[in-house]
Structure formats: structure tokens, C-alpha cells
Write a protein that binds this ligand. Structure first.
Ligand code: ASP
Length: 445
């Protein structure tokens, strides 16, 4: 079995965390490929190394002294080296970076040094082989990953018998220049690696025991999601549930490789398994009606009224065009006979709302336009809802019984999620009601 194992910043934030990582690696010989983030925060007063590196670059750009910041990073790694008795020549590594900072250091090169140094320390500590991500992860000039080239690169670097430790978050362009991914990109590096080595599983170790059914700041002690499909995860994370970088899904789902979200601080917890298809697991342990609930506040609903607009060819297109012209992304478009509404994030229209209304009035020649703010959208996601008559009845009945007014309802044809819109003030209450009905009291369904 081949496992690709990625550790997030909190898993390598201190020498104590490094020791936990070593126990996890030593306990399973299949954990062969290890990807690491840069050291994260080890406490409230601490800072993520990547944040400090971005800050250093901003200081360089504006000609502001940055040595205090740089020394914070230096001290962090020196502390880890000392506590773990490592031999790595960090003074030399830091001198190379510091010298370049007085010249023309690129942002990507500088911020990639967090992962680079962390992986170097971790490789020594685990007695593994360090392979630089710039020599493996190959970008095309257009920013896409070249999987074939990355695979060839990796094969040419592996020496037999040892675990491989690779920094996450960056790779190199065809000319060798370092390029970083977007923030949180080590998840993507792990996923790319899992793809190119055809891993049996991609373990993503973080500081939570998998995905929770609902946000723990809203529902107290929500249960963990044991199994979830990639499509369900997409729906939940689009609506705000974040444990994994969005771009980490495609490289593994394409090859049917499961992702297992695990907690470095609770390695005995099985965490969450993300799969293309959960039907085998569902046959053994039938899942709840709903897999998860997530949501976001602060949407605006712009409703356009015009007599017989439904019969008018092109009316909707004209309205959508206005939003496109203002580069506003649309969440959903519920419609009636003489009206339709456009739901967008309030932040996206705040500065241009009057211009948008004026343009809509002009282009659609409509009777009336209203804007309602302070709306929240909640996604109720579950593969078990598919083909289950009465599911939405149960949901709406429960919210009605709790005096919650539903302003928007949206269900896509694949039936794995129902999106409802309520007022911001009802947001938390709605999530608690749904959790209570479908999880806590699920036996009564
Ligand atoms: N260190 C990078 C960041 O903080 C990448 C990562 O941790 O995945 O965004």
C-alpha cells in the first residue's frame, strides 16, 4: 500500500508537534510520501511562518526594516533544531535567504522558504530523503500542473528504501523559477503527489478530527462526518465549510483516491473519509439523511418585477448580463411568473448597487426592482436525500414549526443539496433546528 501523507502548519508548529508527526509516520510503514506545510502557529502569541515571510517581502518592497521579522523566523527554526537535536546547517540556509533579501528576491521564492526549511528539518528528523518541490512539481507557464513531467521528475529523484519528504505549496516553472500555489496550497501538493504515485489513500493531517456535520461555533459538539463524497464536500465547502483547499480535490478524485482527514493531536481518531462513491460504506452503515450543513450570511436578493417577464425571450439573459458587466458572481436565480430574483453576496454589489439597479431598469424596462439585504444561505447536503420523497417536507415543516421564515428555496437536479435562504438573524437557529431534527433526533425519522 502507498500512502501520501500531508501535514498542515499546526502539525509542524513546534518540536512537540514534530514528535507527534514522527509517531504517526513510524506507526505505519505505508506512509511513504510525506508533504509538509511551513511551521504554523504554536500558540496565540505565535505567527505562521508563511505570514511572516509575506510580511518580510512587503517590508522589502516599501523599504522598511525587516530584520526583527526575519529573526522571528530564524529563532523559530533554531528552537526546533535545538529541541530535536538536528544537525542541519540552518545558519547556512538562512544566510542564503538573507543575502538574497538584499538583492532582488522574488515573492514566490521567499514565501516558499517556510515549506522548504520545514521539510528539510522534518526529513532529517524522520531519517527520510528530502526532495525539493522545485525539482518535482512542474508548472507549465500558464500556471497549470504538468503531471507527466512531475511524475518523471519524482521517479528520477527517488532513492530506494527511505521515506520521501517534500515541501508543499510550491513547484517550479519550466525555466526553474519557483512558483507558489495559492494560500493553503500544500493540500494541492499532497494531492498531486498522490495522483502521480497512484496512492491508495491521501492522508491529510490537520488539527481537527475530520469534517464536522455542522459548525461547532453554532452547534455544540457536532458529530464527525465519517464518509462523504467529493460532490457533497464541494457543496459544503462552497458554502463555507473549509478543511481542504478546493483545488486539492481534482487530482485525487480523478484517480479515485480517497482522502482521509486526520488529526495530528488525536491520531487514534479515524477522521473523515472522502470518496467518489460511498455506496459500499453506506451498505454497511446507512448514513444520516443529511451529511452536513453549512452556510454563509450577508447575501442580497435583487428582485425584478415585470408583467409577463416569464414569456419574454431574453429577459433573464439581459439581467444576468448586467451582473456580468459589473463582474458580480451570482449565487442563485429563483423565479416566479412576473418576477425573478438574483441572489448575490452583498459585499460584491455594495459599491455598485445603484448603478446595477439603473442599468437593470434601463435594459429590462421593468416595473419595479427591490433589494433585500441581510440574507443568509444554508446548504443542507446529503447523498441520502436523493430519491427520498418527503425530505424537503420534513425540512420545511421543521423550520415552520420553529417559526423560521424561508425566503429562498433552491434544489439542484442531482438532489444532493437543498439551499435555503433565511434572514441573517435566523441563521444560527436554522442550522441548530436542522441538526436537531436530522441528526440528534434522527431515530424518529
Ligand atoms: N504555508 C502556506 C500557507 O500558509 C501553504 C500551506 O500551509 O498549505 O498558505
Amino acid at each position: 500500500m502507498i500512502k501520501v501523507v500531508k501535514f498542515g502548519g499546526s502539525s509542524v508548529a513546534s518540536a512537540t508537534q514534530f514528535k507527534k508527526v514522527k509517531n504517526i509516520i513510524d506507526s505505519d510503514k505505508d506512509r511513504i510520501f510525506i508533504v509538509t506545510s511551513a511551521c504554523g502557529k504554536s500558540g496565540n502569541e505565535d505567527h505562521k511562518v508563511t505570514d511572516l515571510l509575506y510580511l518580510c517581502h512587503a517590508h522589502i518592497k516599501y523599504g522598511v526594516p525587516f530584520d526583527d521579522l526575519f529573526n522571528m523566523i530564524y529563532d523559530k527554526y533554531m528552537g526546533i533544531k535545538k529541541d530535536l537535536n538536528l544537525e542541519i546547517d540552518l545558519e547556512k540556509e538562512f544566510k542564503i535567504i538573507r543575502d538574497l533579501m538584499d538583492k532582488d528576491i522574488s515573492l514566490d521564492y521567499l514565501v516558499s522558504r517556510g515549506e522548504y526549511l520545514t521539510a528539510k528539518c522534518l526529513a532529517e528528523y524522520l531519517n527520510g530523503q528530502f526532495i525539493d518541490a522545485s525539482e518535482v512539481i512542474a508548472f507549465n507557464y500558464n500556471g497549470e500542473i504538468n503531471f507527466e513531467k512531475s511524475e518523471q521528475n519524482l521517479i528520477s529523484k527517488i532513492k530506494n528504501g527511505r521515506r520521501i519528504v517534500i515541501p508543499g505549496f510550491y513547484g517550479a516553472l519550466p525555466n526553474g523559477t519557483i512558483k507558489v500555489m495559492s494560500r493553503g496550497g500544500s493540500d494541492i501538493s499532497g494531492s498531486i503527489l498522490a495522483n502521480i504515485v497512484n496512492a491508495d489513500v491521501y492522508e491529510n493531517w490537520t488539527d481537527v478530527s475530520g469534517l464536522l456535520i455542522a459548525d461547532p461555533r453554532i452547534v455544540s459538539n457536532p458529530k464527525t462526518i465519517n464518509y462523504i463524497t467529493y460532490s457533497e464536500l464541494r457543496e459544503l465547502s462552497y458554502m463555507g465549510a473549509n478543511v481542504l483547499h478546493d483545488d486539492a480535490i481534482f487530482p485525487v478524485s480523478q484517480k479515485n483516491i480517497p482522502i482521509n482527514i486526520r488529526n495530528t493531536n488525536k491520531p487514534e481518531h479515524p477522521g473523515t473519509m472522502i470518496l467518489n462513491d460511498c455506496s459500499k460504506q453506506d451498505a454497511i452503515e446507512p448514513p444520516h439523511f443529511i451529511t452536513g450543513i453549512s452556510g454563509k450570511k450577508n447575501f442580497s436578493v435583487i428582485t425584478i418585477n415585470k408583467f409577463q417577464i416569464s414569456n419574454e425571450v431574453g429577459g433573464l439573459r439581459k439581467a444576468l448580463q448586467v451582473f456580468e458587466d459589473f463582474k458580480v458572481s451570482i449565487e442563485s436565480v429563483p423565479s416566479g411568473v412576473d418576477s425573478f430574483s438574483i441572489v448575490v453576496e452583498t459585499e460584491a454589489i455594495e459599491k455598485v448597487v445603484y448603478e446595477i439597479i439603473a442599468k437593470l431598469k434601463k435594459d429590462l424596462d421593468c416595473d419595479n426592482i427591490t433589494v433585500i439585504d441581510k440574507m443568509a444561505l444554508i446548504a443542507v447536503v446529503g447523498r441520502s436525500m436523493r430519491n427520498k420523497p418527503g425530505m424537503s417536507g420534513l425540512l420545511f415543516g421543521e423550520l415552520g414549526a420553529n417559526n423560521i421564515n424561508i425566503r429562498i428555496i433552491n434544489q439542484a437536479a442531482d438532489e444532493i443539496d437543498i439551499i435555503i435562504g433565511v434572514e441573517n438573524k435566523d441563521f444560527e437557529k436554522t442550522i441548530r433546528c436542522i441538526y436537531d431534527k436530522f441528526i440528534t433526533r434522527s431515530d424518529s425519522l
